[in-house]
Design a protein around this ligand. Structure first.
Ligand code: IPD
Ligand code: CA
Length: 273
């Protein structure tokens, strides 16, 4: 079957804008927050309402397509990724930023066909930045073409990473150890509190790499293709081929930066999506 990727992109952008307006409206008022897997893993009514809206809108237009959404999975739906066109949705990536009134939060909509990501949309509603990419057609932010930095040596790199939402002591301590190793080897680390925002920063050349264990497929699917289409590389943090369901991601401006990071970090085990 032929797929009209431009039509899918146009729809995803429209839906992300509607979803983003819901997020932006809720951003300026008090939020009622509930916790999920740890006291630092947050969800709000807005996450749930926005995900319902995104799925409803896409399902209406593409009734045969499938969906993986963060909040649907949290409510018990299986995370099933088959060859059927599958929309992978994070209604708010950076939920703790959203809760704490930090503008780095975004709506993420990715599309996989035959289990390959073919397009991604990451929309930051508070700052009005729409990042998009379609396979083979480049990456853009508000229509400006993106390109990763030309950094090829970790010594000259700024690396995004995160402590994440788990408060399991071994997990946190290994992550801190990994951060320490990266600090000693690079120009420094940054944490924007959203996997997708960190990845869009790498895509636009604002910093050079991002590594995190513990993320989910919905945090990275849309932003992953944006990094690749901006000329960056994606891999598993162990150095092997990227595996979107493995709960780990490493992306960088160049394979040499990514490989250097991979060599100085220890793996952190998380259950697969
Ligand atoms: C989280 C953010 C955060 C990362 C966590 C993610 P959420 O996603 O991307 O930066 O450290 O691992 O779970 O919960 O805000 O969608
Ligand atoms: Ca989320």
């Amino acid at each position: 079957m032929d797929h009209d990727l431009q039509d899918y992109l146009k729809t995803a952008v429209e839906v992300a804008r509607v979803a983003g307006n819901m997020v932006k409206k809720a951003y300026y008022v008090d939020k009622s927050v509930v916790t999920k897997e740890s006291f630092a893993d947050l969800v709000t009514e807005t996450d749930q309402a926005v995900e319902r809206k995104i799925i409803e809108s896409l399902e209406k237009k593409y009734p045969t397509h499938k969906f993986i959404g963060e909040e649907s999975v949290a409510e018990g739906k299986k995370c099933e990724w088959t060859d059927t066109p599958t929309w992978i949705i994070d209604p708010i990536d950076g939920t703790s930023n959203f809760v704490h009134s930090i503008p780095y939060n975004c709506v993420c909509i990715g599309l996989g066909i035959n289990r390959k990501i073919v397009l991604g949309v990451v929309f930051l509603p508070v700052t009005d930045q729409m990042y998009t990419a379609v396979k083979g057609q480049g990456a853009f932010c508000n229509d400006k073409r993106l390109s990763v930095s030309n950094t090829s040596d970790l010594k000259n790199a700024v690396v995004y990473t995160e402590a994440g939402n788990s408060r399991q002591p071994d997990t946190v301590l290994t992550k801190i150890e990994n951060m320490k190793n990266i600090v000693f080897a690079s120009h420094g680390i940054r944490c924007f509190g959203s996997a997708a925002v960190n990845m869009c920063m790498v895509a636009q050349g604002s910093g050079d790499a991002y590594i995190e264990y513990g993320i989910h497929v919905w945090d990275i699917a849309a932003a992953g293709i944006i990094v690749e289409e901006a000329g960056g590389v994606l891999m598993d943090p162990t150095g092997s081929e990227v595996d979107y369901l493995s709960r780990g991601i490493l992306c960088a401006s160049s394979a040499s930066v990514a490989t250097s990071i991979s060599k100085i970090i220890k793996p952190v085990e998380f259950e697969r999506d």
